[in-house]
Ligand binder design. Structure first.
Ligand SMILES: [Zn+2]
Length: 245
């Protein structure tokens, strides 16, 4: 049996108590993917609350909407880096066959391709290198331009409708569970909070949406239509940083 002093020393030496700080690459990658998955869940909320008629699989529409928000909200270089990191996560998920919450989604390879297609399709000259890095042919890239135009046209009237004229009213409420000093959870929480702040500047919703960052016991993120809430599980942050070790 361990004495109290020895037990304390063992506890202090366990990884949970000595989580190393994140590298700059890990932080960037985690933030990019947090934005991507948050926008994806936000798309589910918007589709539900505005009853948007989706003619494709809702999961694919949510992926596309997520890329559009990245492209509309960030400068070119940041947007490209975020799109690239999101696609990379899908490709890693595909390789390791880790389907946490992707049951309804297209295959991960297809999701990576769709992400790059939608982003590069927004500027096929300026983003030709990105498309080439992902093995996309010129012909495919031209088809992506067409797909992107259709996506922009589809979402434009809804985005108009969603624009908040009453700037003082916030439609999205953020909350988070206190989780101590875990670096990944901290970066993840801050990224979600930043995005909620950003979208509250422009987004109007028919009903208030709550966004919660909390531990759920699994690497997941989901929209709950009963509660009208998005839950972003901190376990997902831990999963993401492991991809950049
Ligand atoms: Zn989804």
């Amino acid at each position: 049996m361990l004495g109290r002093a020895t037990l304390l020393a063992v506890m202090l030496a366990t990884p949970a108590f000595a989580t190393p700080p994140l590298s700059a690459d890990q932080k960037g990658y985690l933030t990019a993917n947090t934005i991507g998955i948050f926008y994806h869940e936000l798309a589910h909320a918007i589709i539900d609350l505005y009853d948007i008629p989706i003619r494709v699989k809702e999961e694919d529409a949510a992926d596309t909407f997520s890329v559009l928000l990245v492209d509309y909200g960030f400068d070119d270089a940041s947007g490209e880096s975020i799109a690239n990191d999101i696609a990379f996560t899908f490709s890693v998920d595909g390789e390791t066959s880790r389907h946490f919450f992707w049951d309804q989604h297209s295959s991960d390879g297809k999701r990576a391709e769709n992400t790059i297609c939608m982003f590069a399709g927004g500027d096929i000259d300026g983003r030709a290198d990105l498309a080439e890095d992902w093995g996309m042919s010129t012909r495919k890239l031209e088809a992506c331009e067409e797909e992107r135009i259709l996506a922009d046209e589809f979402w434009a009237p809804f985005l108009d409708e969603m624009t908040n004229e009453n700037k003082s009213k916030k439609h999205v409420k953020f909350s988070n569970q206190k989780l101590g000093k875990f670096p990944a959870a901290k970066v993840y929480t801050a990224a979600v909070q930043d995005e909620v702040r950003e979208i509250n500047i422009w987004l109007r919703l028919p009903k208030p949406l709550s966004v919660r960052v909390e531990s759920c016991g699994e690497a997941n993120a989901y929209y709950d239509p009963e509660e009208i809430s998005i839950v972003m599980c901190t376990e997902y942050a831990e999963y993401l940083v492991k991809q950049v070790e």
